[in-house]
Design a protein around this ligand. Structure first.
Ligand code: HEC
Ligand code: HEC
Length: 194
């Protein structure tokens, strides 16, 4: 009787562990449930202060999580949160989001600012943030992020709360530095892109 029970438990254990392996994506989905509370279902943020993560490259998400964890990128919430995850879990979360659909935010933009932002983008940013900021491996996705989130990102870079890549800094605060109106125009341009 006892032997039979043990055999059943053992069989159950084997079934359980192999199903966990077979369904690794759902472990990742489970881990990302915590994130969805703020970043939206499947990372499609309802905004305005949290970034869209669905469809963003796993490189970018993993890098940001590591920077939050180490404190290299200052944050209100993410630093404490990121510390709760191992590198393996962060990798799983990154690959989960990278395979979701990117859904750009629907939000009002100002046509004159969008036009000005488009010119600035072409001149200074397109080289790295290709296709109007729609694609990016290490750069993240700018097109269709919430205006507020984009504004926060610029503030973080300019106040040095977040390390800015040197070549990007040259385009923003180098020889011909961008002023607040230029930044606002860029925000409207990216927000207008889908
Ligand atoms: C309580 C709300 C909240 C939760 C839960 C949350 N985030 Fe965040 N997330 C934020 C905020 C706010 C920021 C902006 C940085 C900051 O101040 O913490 C952010 C920023 C980020 C960024 C940077 C976005 C960018 O464009 O650079 C990434 C990546 C991210 N979060 C991933 C995650 C992941 C992965 C999880 C789940 C493990 C998660 N977040 C859970 C609120 C949240
Ligand atoms: C040399 C390449 C390069 C150039 C040029 C560049 N960027 Fe970036 N940009 C990056 C990289 C790499 C990141 C990711 C930085 C990180 O890891 O935090 C980034 C991140 C960003 C972010 C934050 C994204 C997010 O989701 O939080 C914004 C906003 C941004 N860039 C705007 C611009 C604008 C505007 C220009 C032009 C004036 C520009 N960049 C030029 C490489 C570049």
């Amino acid at each position: 009787m006892r032997l039979k029970l043990l055999a059943a438990l053992f069989a159950g254990g084997v079934v359980f562990s192999s199903s966990v392996l077979a369904h690794e994506p759902s472990v990742a989905a489970m881990l990302s449930n915590t994130c969805n509370g703020c970043h939206g279902t499947n990372g499609n943020s309802a905004g305005p202060n949290t970034a869209n993560l669905g469809g963003v490259s796993s490189n970018y998400i993993v890098e940001q999580m590591k920077n939050f964890k180490s404190g290299e990128r200052k944050s209100s919430i993410m630093g404490r949160l990121a510390k709760a995850y191992s590198d393996e879990e962060i990798a799983l979360i990154g690959s989960f989001y990278s395979t979701q659909k990117y859904v750009g935010a629907t939000q009002p933009t100002d046509a004159a600012k969008v036009a000005r932002g488009k010119d600035l983008h072409k001149e200074r940013c397109e080289k790295c943030h290709e296709e109007g900021g729609k694609v990016g491996q290490d750069e993240g996705i700018l097109a269709g992020q919430w205006k507020e989130t984009l504004g926060i990102a610029f503030n973080e870079f300019r106040s040095k709360a977040r390390p800015m890549p040197k070549k990007m800094a040259a385009k923003i605060e180098g020889e011909a530095p961008l002023n607040d109106a230029d930044i606002d125009a860029l925000v409207h341009f990216y927000a207008s892109q889908k």
